[in-house]
Design a protein around this ligand. Structure first.
Ligand code: SAH
Length: 403
């Protein structure tokens, strides 16, 4: 077994069970891509078993902190079983479920989503790549799924020295799937869709929107960065009179329109706009178009904390525009999926946006990803999705505000 010896003092994060070893922490030792190594402190004492990745800054990703544990087929099987056991207790209100959420499930670099009887997986680290075949067999045996599609075509693979790859890994057939989420039907394509095909992490926030649209009697809903319009279907289900989906992906909007009809809503209640969200919001400001609820679910503006400042400006800008377009008493659901922007910073950004918009807001709820996308205590970096549900109140520039 090859060993990786750390520099003095660099064992601290591992002792806290943080699962990454950065290249700069290593004194000596190397291995092949994905090979299991013994990680040792400067004095030689055991710290962890991990997967070595020669080309990544994250040089080792930890499999286990238990010296007695062997990293073999049975180990992978135990980790998969533990992840599935957690999901089975969560009573997820959908047959679209994230089964394995990488580090949080002790399987760094592995994402597995279940869509009905189809699995869609991403192998994103050298370690996971090495165990790919074993994982595929284990998944098929332990989930009872009929087919497994691989979507290892994310750009992060390049950091691990891995080529992009996509296609059926087990079974074959049509790549389009229909799932039931809460009370509605949605479709996706595991080959063509974003990520593994769909954004399961927003499932419960879609339900949240549906409920509050109903409770507050919100009529005109604008869904920005709509992708295939999941939030719009939820809003219609909650009784919204009309929904507007805005996205820069034409195929996503075609699917969004189909989703409106699939769920039994008249097509006249839906509008699909293929545009840049920022330009569309400015256009509405000019023409005086207003909304009773707005969802802002943009892509990752800040992949790491280093991009946080530029990202903060971009978040502030769309939030300011949205708060201007919202009727007083209206609901803003605003999100950031940037790992580099924490919940506290995001709150500040939205507060700044409100102040610039001459509005104030009451926080109705702080939102996060659905529980089948867990964050582990020892790995806060995994906590990427945060959101705020804000009811717009007229700000100090509006003399007709309450009080
Ligand atoms: N809310 C969606 C997921 C949104 S993912 C859901 O619940 O399923 C982010 C989306 O933003 C993607 O569909 C992407 O096509 C779109 N997008 C990215 N940049 C954009 C831009 N500048 N203007 C409009 N859409 C954009």
């Amino acid at each position: 077994m090859k060993a990786v010896r750390l520099l003095d003092g660099k064992e601290r994060s591992l002792l806290r069970r943080h699962p990454w070893v950065f290249a700069g922490s290593i004194a000596r030792g190397k291995a092949d891509p994905g090979e299991t190594v013994r990680v040792e402190a400067a004095d030689g004492r055991f710290l962890a078993w991990g997967a070595y990745s020669p080309s990544s800054q994250i040089r080792v990703r930890v499999w286990s902190f238990d010296e007695a544990e062997r990293i073999d087929h049975a180990f992978m099987k135990r980790r998969v079983a533990a992840a599935l056991a957690l999901r089975s207790r969560l009573a997820v209100a959908s047959d679209g479920v994230r089964l394995i959420h990488a580090e949080a499930d002790g399987l760094p670099g592995l994402i597995v989503d279940r869509y009905g009887d189809v699995l869609s997986a991403q192998f994103l680290s050298a370690g996971m790549e090495r165990w790919r075949d074993a994982i595929a067999d284990i998944l098929m045996a332990s989930t009872g799924a009929a087919r497994l599609y691989e979507r290892s075509d994310s750009s992060v693979r390049a950091l691990e020295g891995l080529e992009p790859r996509a296609g059926w890994l087990r079974g074959e057939g049509a790549t389009s799937v229909q799932i039931r989420e809460h009370g509605w039907q949605l479709t996706l394509d595991v080959a063509e869709g974003h990520k593994t095909g769909f954004y399961l992490d927003q499932r419960d926030n879609r339900e949240f929107l549906s409920q509050w649209v109903a409770r507050l009697g919100l009529q005109r809903v604008l869904n920005c960065f709509s992708y295939t319009g999941g939030f719009a279907v939820a809003a219609l289900a909650g009784g919204a009179h009309s929904v507007v989906n805005v996205d820069s992906s034409a195929p996503a909007l075609v699917r969004a329109a189909a989703h409106v009809q699939l769920n039994g809503f008249d097509a006249s209640r839906h509008e699909a706009i293929d545009a840049d969200v920022n330009s569309f919001l400015r256009e509405c400001l000019k023409t005086g178009r207003r909304f009773d609820a707005i969802v802002l679910d943009p892509p990752k503006f800040a992949p790491t904390a280093a991009h946080a400042e530029r990202a903060a400006r971009a978040y502030k800008d769309i939030n300011r525009l949205a708060l201007k377009l919202l009727e007083p008493g209206g609901l803003l659901l605003t999100f950031s999926c940037s790992g580099g922007v924490g919940a506290e910073l995001f709150h500040k950004i939205v507060a700044g946006a409100a102040s610039d918009a001459g509005a104030d807001g009451a926080i109705l709820a702080r939102l996060e990803g659905a529980p089948d996308h867990p964050t582990s205590l020892s790995f806060p970096e995994g906590d990427y999705l945060k959101g705020l549900a804000v009811i717009k109140q007229a700000g100090p520039t509006h003399p007709d505000s309450a009080g």
